[in-house]
Design a protein around this ligand. Structure first.
Ligand SMILES: [Zn+2]
Length: 74
C-alpha cells in the first residue's frame, strides 16, 4: 500500500489517500478532486476534453512518476 496526499499530485489540500495500486490511486484522486475541489475538476475536465494524445501521455507519465517516487507504507 502507498499513501499519497492531494498536495503531492499538485492539489490544494493535504488529504491522504491510501491504495494498493497506481490505477486505484488514480481513480481515488479523481474522486477526491471531484468531491473536494469541484472547481479544479471542472478546469481539468475542460483541459482533458481537448487534450491531445501527447498531453494525455504526459499527464499519465506525471502521475506514474509521483506514484513511483512514494515508498510503500510500512
Ligand atoms: Zn484535495
Amino acid at each position: 500500500m502507498k499513501t499519497l496526499t492531494c498536495a503531492q499530485f499538485g492539489g490544494p489540500c493535504d488529504f491522504k489517500m491510501t491504495t494498493a495500486t497506481e490505477k486505484e490511486m488514480s481513480a481515488m484522486c479523481w474522486k477526491h478532486v471531484k468531491e473536494a475541489h469541484p472547481e479544479r475538476f471542472e478546469e481539468t475536465k475542460i483541459v482533458t476534453k481537448d487534450a491531445t494524445k501527447e498531453q494525455d501521455d504526459r499527464a499519465a507519465a506525471y502521475f506514474h512518476n509521483v506514484w513511483e517516487s512514494v515508498p510503500e507504507d510500512k
